[in-house]
Design a protein around this ligand. Structure first.
Ligand code: PMP
Length: 317
């Protein structure tokens, strides 16, 4: 899945050209994964290009940086303008936005605090459905990973930090090596956690279940969106620790994430989920979710942030 370059990337307050958005090999982040980042989507709605839950994503970015004591000096309003600028100036409509902050050059000791400068970038580019358009429609085949999810005893899982994604890479590469699209991890206690880059929901007897934050999950913004949609639809959602075998007896299972959106799961460890087709609750949630972007679902929480020109000065280095 290659990335199609756009014209501009935002770096430390300025738009620069895509090819100039580079860093030095001796940057702290390259060696130790000391970055925090976000992933957002912009959709081409009837009102024009719109970023979904922009402030919620930026708040999580700030939280991620705070947990790692990363002193970046960036404000939410500056980053909000940066996200708008990379969509507007690159003439994008449907796109994925990647804000990223990391410890750059300065020192190679493990402690970067006060020694390495913090760099901030925001890029945007076109990106197809993460788990495939066909997967969105018909569901995907997944497995339970042999790798446990890292727990907050050793890694602050609520921070969306670069280094954490080594665990995620082990989970997804193992799954794909064995012919699955994605892997589901369990925590150290054997209960279900999440996908390598998605939160997990299952349905049994008309009730939706999802693991709580204490199950070593990222506090997903799509997860929250789905919980609110379910509330509107008067479908009960229970957050609780879930034993692995619930995956094998669920009527429906689906992933959520900015990249994955709402992706049905049709088999787990080669056992069919329901009749191997997206179930009625999954389809109803998908319909409400995508309805936010085609105008058929009311934006009752003010989640849609219309992209406008902020008269950004384009500085090319
Ligand atoms: N879990 C992990 C580990 C993730 O990387 C992501 C993607 N950000 C998610 C869950 C889903 O979160 P969101 O809905 O906010 O994209």
């Amino acid at each position: 899945m290659g990335i199609k370059p756009t014209q501009f990337i935002w770096r430390n307050g300025k738009l620069i050209s895509w090819k100039d958005a580079t860093l030095h090999v001796m940057s702290h982040v390259v060696h130790y994964g000391s970055s925090v980042f976000e992933g957002l989507r912009a959709y081409d709605t009837p009102q024009g290009p719109t970023i979904f839950r922009l402030d919620d994503h930026l708040r999580r970015l700030m939280d991620s940086a705070k947990i790692y004591r990363m002193d970046h000096g960036r404000s939410i309003s500056e980053l909000r303008d940066a996200c708008h600028a990379v969509i507007w100036e690159n003439r994008l409509t449907n796109a994925y936005i990647r804000p990223l902050m990391f410890f750059g050059e300065g020192a190679l000791g493990l402690n970067p605090l006060g020694k390495c400068q913090v760099e901030c970038f925001v890029a945007a580019f076109e990106w197809a459905p993460y788990l495939g358009a066909e997967g969105l429609e018909n569901g995907i085949d997944v497995c339970v990973s042999s790798w446990n999810r890292t727990t907050s005893a050793s890694i602050p899982v609520l921070s969306k930090a670069g280094g954490h994604y080594l665990n995620a890479q082990l989970i997804v590469t193992e799954a794909q090596r064995h012919g699955y699209v994605e892997g589901i991890s369990v925590g150290a206690d054997g209960t279900i956690s999440e996908g390598s880059g998605e939160n997990l929901f299952l349905v049994r007897d008309g009730i939706i279940y999802t693991p709580p934050l204490a199950s070593s999950i990222l506090s997903g913004i799509t997860r929250d969106t789905v919980c609110r949609i379910a509330e509107q639809l008067e479908i009960r959602v229970i957050e609780q620790k879930l034993p692995r075998e619930m995956l094998y007896i669920a009527d429906e299972v689906f992933f959520t994430g900015t990249a994955a959106e709402v992706t049905p799961i049709r088999s787990v460890d080669q056992l069919p989920v329901g009749d191997r087709k997206p179930g009625p609750i999954t389809k109803r949630i998908q319909q409400e979710f995508f309805g936010l972007f085609n105008g058929t679902t009311e934006d009752r929480y003010g989640w849609l942030d219309r992209v406008e020109s902020k008269q950004q000065q384009v500085h090319l280095s």
